[in-house]
Design a protein around this ligand. Structure first.
Ligand SMILES: *[C@@H]1O[C@H](CO)[C@@H](O)[C@H](O)[C@H]1NC(C)=O
Ligand SMILES: *[C@@H]1O[C@H](CO)[C@@H](O)[C@H](O)[C@H]1NC(C)=O
Ligand SMILES: *[C@@H]1O[C@H](CO)[C@@H](O)[C@H](O)[C@H]1NC(C)=O
Ligand SMILES: *[C@@H]1O[C@H](CO)[C@@H](O)[C@H](O)[C@H]1NC(C)=O
Ligand SMILES: *[C@@H]1O[C@H](CO)[C@@H](O)[C@H](O)[C@H]1NC(C)=O
Length: 327
């Protein structure tokens, strides 16, 4: 397996159910959201938690592979399918075709927060050099419409991870201003339905654990700030555009619950180790359930595949909870 390292509706509704990890936005005056069962196309933007290694120049989505290329589940960081794979092919209620432009190591804008290597495509590049020229025109090779398409954005892990130690108070507002502008560019091409995923508690990842408690506290606070800004961005989007439906999914909450109680979700109940990774597994294994005696249990019993990425069970739990939010 190859991988690259690297809520907005009414608050009262959230209180009613802790099973639904998020909130849909204010009731749009002219909704284009058909309900989850009516979604037939997805555009995904993000980083290694979302990438499947899709190449825009090769096969486009089709019944043979709803994510186009490479062979399902693609080049993920999860040692198996990831959340967008599961959402597209397992928790779907219709046949969905997904254009996944996410890229391992991505930040919102490489000039604001440099990625781990210069060739990484930021969300800005995913939007401006891939989505806009190739897919924005709805009648081309991928005939989506405003009424049957969901735009997902799951970003921030690398923006935070690569910058939290600098404690630059103006950086995150600048990043969100950039991100809001990119979302408006999507809107201007007809995007009306959005799903934002907030940042998981990577302050508890083996990577940041190794940096020590002070770093963990600093990163946790940066994540909390980031995640409140995701909610604000979504609210602002629906205020400015009454025909937008926008969801914010609380990835952070699902992760946190699983780290404490693997059986919080049936998909993650098999986890036996939610705090560390095993070196023999960290670059991926021949199958999603491979076993090496030096690790004690098989790779799928570990939440962490390596220092920063969860294995496929966590991704399946995320997809299973997303569909409760966006129904
Ligand atoms: C995508 O596919 C094209 C056509 O085969 C190839 O030239 C290009 O190198 C590929 N891009 C990546 C990033 O692999
Ligand atoms: C969900 O997606 C899979 C894979 O494309 C497809 O075979 C299945 O028919 C879809 N389910 C529904 C209810 O359309
Ligand atoms: C903090 O971030 C802002 C916005 O990106 C940037 O202009 C500024 O140079 C940064 N300050 C430092 C000390 O790096
Ligand atoms: C988790 O896995 C690590 C690495 O294999 C190991 O050192 C640690 O003891 C395990 N923890 C538990 C609770 O099994
Ligand atoms: C198990 O992991 C150890 C340590 O990484 C490695 O030396 C060994 O070759 C692995 N065994 C198998 C059967 O892959």
């Amino acid at each position: 397996m190859v991988w690259e390292s690297s809520v907005t509706l009414v608050a009262a509704a959230l209180a009613l159910s802790n099973l639904v990890n998020g909130l849909p936005n204010s009731h749009p005056s002219k909704s284009h959201y058909p309900g989850w069962a009516g979604i037939k196309h997805i555009f995904a933007f993000g980083d290694s938690y979302t990438t499947t290694g899709f190449n825009v120049s090769l096969a486009q989505p089709s019944p043979a592979n709803p994510l186009g290329n490479p062979t399902y589940p693609g080049y993920t960081s999860s040692n198996g399918p990831n959340w967008i794979d599961y959402l597209t092919t397992t928790y779907n209620k219709s046949f969905i075709e997904t254009i996944n432009l996410a890229y391992g190591g991505a930040t919102v804008d490489s000039t604001l927060v440099a990625p781990y290597k210069p060739t990484v495509l930021s969300v800005k590049e995913q939007v401006q050099t891939e989505y806009l020229p190739i897919y924005a025109s709805q009648s081309s090779i991928f005939p989506w419409t405003s009424d049957d398409t969901l735009f997902t954005i799951f970003i921030g892990i690398n923006d935070i991870g690569n910058s939290y130690s600098s404690q630059n108070a103006t950086l995150t507002p600048t990043i969100f201003s950039e991100l809001s502008g990119l979302v408006d560019q999507l809107y201007s091409t007809g995007a009306r339905n959005f799903l934002f995923l907030n940042v998981p508690p990577v302050d508890q990842s083996p990577l940041t654990q190794a940096a020590g408690p002070a770093s963990q506290a600093l990163e946790a606070s940066a994540i909390s700030d980031w995640n409140s800004r995701v909610v604000s961005l979504s609210k602002s989007l629906t205020h400015r555009h009454s025909d937008v439906t926008s969801f914010v999914f609380d990835t952070n909450k699902v992760f946190s619950r699983v780290i404490e109680h693997p059986c919080a979700y049936p998909q993650t109940c098999a986890y036996q180790n939610t705090t560390q990774y095993c070196e023999a597994y960290q670059n991926g294994t021949p199958t999603p359930t491979s076993f090496n005696a030096t690790c004690g249990v098989s790779v799928d019993k570990y939440l962490w595949l390596n220092s920063l990425h969860p294995t496929f069970r966590m991704h399946e739990a995320i997809a299973s909870q997303i569909v409760k939010l966006i129904k």
